[in-house]
Design a protein around this ligand. Structure first.
Ligand SMILES: C[S@@+](CC[C@H](N)C(=O)[O-])C[C@H]1O[C@@H](n2cnc3c(N)ncnc32)[C@H](O)[C@@H]1O
Length: 457
């Protein structure tokens, strides 16, 4: 592939004796990975049932390489949210954030959701996860991935970081800034990143990264953890950005990020005025590990303003009479009824994650766990609700197997001939929910979303 000559010249000067191995890595086969979704299945179980060969990624227990010929993204298990296709070096970042169940966590540059879904898996449905993405179309894809993975406790916002910071000052236990960058580690995957590259673009990215970190700093609680990552190699956007940030914010210290065999350290000699501790940050190189490359820094906020004494929290619906059709649906269809603070966005019904602040004046793509639509005199469950349920959590289900023609027909949006009681049925593949169908007179009407339906043979 044709890489920008100025980029190659720069890497040669930086990497010296390692440069040849770095350049040669572009001719190697691309490492392809998937990360198991613990909200649905354990790694051991996926290894037992997956029809493709999976080999563990050494630095994350949830991560696996799959083979060149395999297409896990085109398997029904992908539709059931059992895993997320993710570049293996990117998996190191979620592990560094290390969120715990019950915490308050922000993913500030989140689309398409590789890291958000990793964080959500580690939080195990407990606590509040806010995933933000300023580009509207990308925020929608992020929201769809949250839905497919069955995540209940995430809110998706579509804001610029400074606008969020005005609402969420000193609010989060952990924040991830997976910053927009010049994408030098994406050149093999994304030809646009290669075409867009220029020294000026690198400088522009570095300045934007510092702005984003400024907002992140305001939103972190004292004692909180901030993880910064990029998929680029340029020192300006890595050691440079972090050193400038720490110089402006003495209340932040760089912590030792856990390195695995093959990981390299941040280079103090690649930036002027390197922050103390820059050598504790991580560089992942495509010629040293099986992955495209990444940079990551872990910082701790040691001091700063505490949470404001008074906060405005999001309020649930007080008039539950408006939800009578939903309650009737839940009674008839669900074994365990979702509980929490209900909220309506137009006719869309959600449950707010506990501890969510007021959503007023913010652009919200997903205010929480999406239950469905209040229609005239009836309730229609959402795809998100289906994917967040275990097969045995619905009173009626239709169990299919991955290789059955009915599964393919269902994913294509066809109606199925089925015997059983009238009403909503949760369709599952090998015990993992896939979507809804509504049964009447021996025909299951297909409610797999139109935009997700499989086309072709
Ligand atoms: C490296 S990507 C994030 C990848 C994502 N974390 C994942 O793992 O799937 C950076 C994201 O930041 C978004 N972005 C661009 N400008 C931004 C800004 N000023 N503030 C926050 N995010 C921004 C981009 O649209 C892009 O989706």
């Amino acid at each position: 592939m044709q890489l920008p000559q100025l980029f190659l010249d720069k890497m040669k000067e930086l990497l010296r004796e390692e440069y040849e191995a770095f350049e040669a890595s572009y001719d190697n086969e691309k490492a392809q990975g998937l990360r198991v979704n613990p909200l649905k299945i354990s790694a051991e179980q996926l290894l037992r049932i997956a029809p493709f060969e999976l080999i563990g990624v050494p630095w994350v227990p949830e991560g696996f390489y799959y083979g060149k010929e395999d297409r896990p993204g085109k398997h029904p298990y992908h539709e059931a949210g059992l895993f997320y296709i993710q570049e293996p070096s990117a998996m190191a970042v979620g592990a560094l954030v290390d969120p715990q169940p019950g915490e308050t966590v922000l993913d500030l540059c989140a689309a398409p959701g590789g890291k958000t879904t990793h964080l959500a898996g580690r939080m195990n449905g407990e606590g509040l996860l806010i995933a933000n993405e300023p580009h509207p179309a990308r925020a929608k894809i992020l929201s769809q991935n949250i839905e497919r993975l069955g995540i209940r406790n995430a809110v998706v916002t579509n804001e610029m970081p400074d606008k969020l910071a005005d609402r969420f000052s000193a609010f989060f236990d952990r924040i991830l800034v997976d910053a927009p960058c010049s994408g030098e580690g994406m050149f093999r995957k994304d030809p646009d990143a290669c075409a867009e590259w220029s020294p000026e673009h690198v400088t522009m990215c570095a300045s934007r990264q510092l702005d984003i970190l400024e907002s992140a700093a305001r939103m972190l609680k004292p004692g909180g953890r901030l993880v910064y990552s990029t998929c680029t190699f340029s020192p300006e956007e890595n050691e440079g950005t972090i050193s400038r940030f720490v110089a402006l914010h003495p209340e932040f210290v760089i912590e030792d990020a856990q390195a695995y065999e093959g990981f390299d350290q941040g280079r103090a000699d690649w930036t002027s005025d390197a922050a103390s501790g820059i050598g504790e940050t991580l560089r992942l190189w495509p010629h040293r590990i099986r992955g495209e490359g990444h940079y990551a820094a872990v910082l701790r906020k040691t001091d700063g303003e505490e949470e404001p004494a008074r906060r405005k929290y999001a309020k649930g619906l007080s008039d539950r009479k408006a939800l009578k059709d939903y309650f009737a649906f839940a009674e008839e269809t669900l074994v365990a009824k979702p509980s929490g603070e209900f909220t309506l966005f137009g006719d869309q019904l959600y449950i707010l994650p506990a501890g969510m602040l007021s959503l007023d004046q913010l652009k919200i793509v997903r205010p929480g766990w999406h239950l469905g639509t209040l229609k005239k005199n009836r309730f229609e469950p959402s795809h998100a609700l289906a994917l967040s349920l275990k097969a045995n959590e619905a009173r009626n289900s239709l169990s299919l197997t991955a290789d059955s023609p009915q599964t393919l027909a269902y994913l294509k949006g066809e109606a199925l001939k089925v015997d059983g009681p009238k009403g909503w049925h949760l369709v599952d593949v090998d015990g993992f929910s896939l979507g809804w169908g509504k049964l009447a007179d021996g025909t299951l009407k297909n409610h797999f979303p139109k935009g997700l339906r499989w086309t072709g043979g």
